[in-house]
Design a protein around this ligand. Structure first.
Ligand SMILES: Cc1cc2nc3c(=O)[nH]c(=O)nc-3n(C[C@H](O)[C@H](O)[C@H](O)COP(=O)(O)O)c2cc1C
Length: 230
């Protein structure tokens, strides 16, 4: 590959340092910065360059109204999702999921057995953890699974492009679990599916939730070199 002077160190640091922010300041990110973030994420690779993602950047009074509707719906126990949600966590996946929950609740001082406090914390998703902006990211229904994979890569790029500009984020499948509310609010056509929300804003560094950091497995658990026919 031609030497392009790419900054591997900076890129790796970006990946290592980004975290899911669950406590935001109220001050808004300038629209130009949000546009730059979306512009950068436009470079995401996709199946046959189909670029199946779309972002509705919900902000201002629209954000307040959407939060209110989502919070009311989720509090009532309603659930609707355009995509199949994981339900069966086994083995190491269940362990990692539990560990992530423990780390977050420990940071917040919520006891494991305090179901009510955990449920209330879960509902904070629908206030976007206080973020002034939420990106609602949708995919194309008809192109199926690989389109959704492309959209996942786009979401990752969106978060890293934001972080590179000092903008914190939290990907939120919780938003996709209220897809009827989102669909109606945005008047989404039938061929779009809600993949997730991404809360965006400046991190409240003093918020206890932001003390939680999630570890990763060793690279050897996720990487196998194949040098001989297995
Ligand atoms: C597709 C996706 C959906 C997620 N949904 C939620 C969510 O609804 N609420 C939440 O608090 N975190 C959510 N997360 C954040 C994960 O819990 C987080 O990425 C994981 O624990 C690793 O932590 P880190 O992002 O801080 O490194 C989601 C992450 C992804 C990639």
């Amino acid at each position: 590959m031609e030497e392009r002077g790419l900054d591997a160190e900076g890129f790796d640091r970006l990946l290592a340092d980004r975290w899911s922010c669950r406590g935001f300041r109220t001050d808004e990110v300038p629209a130009e910065v949000l546009t730059d973030v979306a512009q950068a994420a436009q470079r995401t690779a996709s199946w046959c360059n189909t670029q199946p993602w779309h972002t509705h950047l919900v902000t201002g009074t629209a954000r307040a109204e959407l939060a209110e509707r989502l919070y009311a719906s989720a509090s009532s126990g309603a659930f609707s999702a355009d995509l199949e949600m994981p339900s069966d966590y086994r083995g190491v996946y269940q362990e990692r999921r539990r560990d992530a929950g423990y780390r977050l609740y420990a940071a917040l001082g919520i006891a494991r057995e305090d179901r009510e406090a955990r449920a209330l914390q879960m509902l904070e998703n629908y206030r976007f953890f206080g973020a002034p902006h939420v990106a609602i990211v949708t995919s194309d229904r008809n192109q199926g699974l690989y389109a959704h994979i492309d959209v996942g890569a786009y979401v990752a790029n969106l978060m890293h492009a934001a972080f590179a500009r000092g903008v914190a984020s939290c990907p939120q499948a919780a938003i996709a679990m209220q897809s009827d509310v989102v669909r109606e609010f945005l008047d989404l056509p039938e061929d779009r599916v809600v993949v997730c929300g991404v809360a965006l804003g400046y991190a409240d560094e003093d918020h206890p939730a932001n003390r939680a950091r999630m570890p990763r497995a060793e690279v050897g658990d996720a990487l196998t070199f194949v040098t001989e026919t297995p």
